[in-house]
Structure formats: C-alpha cells, structure tokens
Design a protein around this ligand. Structure first.
Ligand code: MN9
Length: 289
C-alpha cells in the first residue's frame, strides 16, 4: 500500500452529472502515464462532499471497473451521516477496495469519544481496513498523538492520510507508530514529509504531476536531497500557479491539454473557469508537457 496515490479527480458534465467516459480516461491516464501506485477515490479532490450517495457508489464502481487490480484502491467513505459512511463502506468493500478511508467527522464540534465511535462503527460494520483522513484546515478537527494512537491501536485502522503542515506532530506520530502507514497529504510539502519517513503520499496534483512526485519520493528516500529539492521547487511553481487559478478546475483543463478527453466541469457550487482562466490553465500545463 506504499507509494504515490492520486486523489482521483472526477469529471462532471455541464449539468453536474458524472461524465463516466471522462472519469475512465482520467483513471487510465493516472495508471498508464503517471504510473501512480494507487488511487484515492471519493476524497476532497473527487468533490465527494457535494454529490449524492448514488453518485458516490457509481464513482466507486467506475474506478474499480476501470482500474481492476492494476493499482491499489482506497475508497473515502467518510460523511457526517454515519449511516451513509457505513453503507458506502460496505459497498466499496464488496467491490474489492484494498482499504477504506474516512475523513474525521466535521461541521459539528464532535468530541474525541464521538470521533472514535464513528471510526469503530465503520470498521466493525465493514470489517475492511481503515485509513484516517485528517485534514484540519478544512474540518477544524485536530487530533494529538495520543488520540491518533487510540484509533491506530485497532488492527484494522492501518494508517493516516496526514494533510497538515504540523511536521512536529507528523514526526511524533511516525515515531510512535512505525508499523502503520502514513501518507503525506500536501503535495507542496512532499519532500519534507518523505524526509520524516512517510510511506506514501496522496494528492490532487498527482493527476498531472504523478511522475514528478515519484521522483521526489524516490530521490528523498535515497538521500539525494539536493536533486529532490530542485524537483520540489519545480513542482511547487506548478502547484502555486494551479492554486492561484482554481485548483480542481485548472487540473481538469491541464488533463484536457494532455489529451485526456473529458467534459471537465466541477460540481456546483464550485464555479466554472472564465475564458481567461482557461487560457491561463493551458499556459500552466504547457510548461510541463
Ligand atoms: O488530498 C489535497 N487536498 C485537497 C489532498 O485537495 C484539499 C492536496 O493534494 C492539495 O490539493 C494539494 C494542493 O494544495 O496539496
């Protein structure tokens, strides 16, 4: 389960329906061209929190059907509707996903007992592996080493997707749980996360920069830090440009530029790119064709 995973981008049509052909093309590009080790399906990048339960299931089906056993597959099933999370967890487990993942429950200020109960419920009901998805800047949920430890003490809770810049916490968690999987969640901080011993990384920009990410990962592991830093700087120039133009929309445009056909719309309330921003997206993409 180690290595570089793309947080799978989902293409929608202009009305907001799933663009199945486009989704399949994006999956193939990730596997065949970016050579990622796995796909993280139904995460933030998949615009998962804006779509219906039926659509989430369909996305899991499409990804499994297209990827088969070519790469590892993780299904993000977290939802503050715990019944939905369990239903999706059972569904993805039956499809053969290698692991589930669930975002920490957000919006209400759930206490740790409630958070723990949420994870235990999903794990006990599905009997699949679970990767905690921790992304405090979007959820407002911060967990400390002891709390991570309480969750990770369960055999089925195999790791954390750590999308945060608190690298002291990352190092403490790494030391405390050497046998659990830790995935770096911020693409722009891949090198320092790998230097601190993460097992892999899951990111949105890897849909188009997966090969660069893999180089950074391997160079850093091999201790070739100077070269790794050059590549990280190169990657961060791309990421900075993408972020300033509209994250998911811009990556979808870049995919089109690279010949990956898709409708490439985002789901409302995310907005469309203006014609100027579409041009800008193309300029960004051309720099690393
Ligand atoms: O899955 C992603 N997080 C979000 C992790 O999209 C919220 C990251 O890959 C970021 O998109 C990326 C750019 O900031 O690091």
């Amino acid at each position: 389960m180690k290595g570089i995973y793309s947080a799978l981008l989902i293409s929608f049509d202009e009305k907001g329906d799933l663009d199945e052909k486009g989704i399949r093309n994006i999956i193939r590009y990730n596997i065949d061209v970016m050579k990622v080790d796995g796909l993280y399906v139904g995460g933030s990048t998949g615009e998962n929190f804006m779509i219906s339960t039926e659509m989430k299931k369909r996305v899991f089906e499409i990804a499994k059907d297209e990827a088969k056993n070519d790469v590892k597959l993780i299904a993000q099933v977290g939802s503050i509707n715990l019944f939905e999370a369990v239903e999706l967890g059972k569904f993805a487990t039956e499809l053969g996903y290698d692991s589930l993942s669930a975002v920490t429950p957000f919006y209400y200020k759930f206490d740790f007992e409630e958070i723990k109960n949420y994870y235990m419920t999903i794990v006990n009901e599905t009997n699949n592996n679970m990767i905690i998805y921790s992304i405090p800047f979007l959820t407002g949920v911060n967990m400390n080493v002891t709390q991570f430890g309480e969750l990770l003490s369960h055999d089925k809770i195999i790791g954390i997707k750590f999308t945060a810049g608190d690298f002291y916490l990352l190092e403490r968690v790494r030391k405390a749980f050497p046998n659990k999987l830790i995935y770096a969640g911020f693409d722009e901080m891949l090198l320092p996360a790998v230097a601190l011993g993460v097992d892999g990384a899951i990111g949105s920009t890897y849909n188009v920069t997966g090969k660069i990410a893999k180089e950074i990962f391997d160079l850093t592991k091999a201790g070739k830090l100077e070269l790794a830093r050059e590549k990280q700087t190169y990657l961060n120039d791309i990421i900075e440009a993408i972020l300033s133009n509209g994250l998911y929309q811009t990556i979808k445009e870049i995919l089109k530029l690279k010949g990956v056909e898709s409708e490439g719309y985002c789901r409302l309330p995310m907005k469309k790119l203006s014609p100027e921003k579409i041009e800008k997206a193309k300029e960004i993409g051309k720099k690393f064709l």
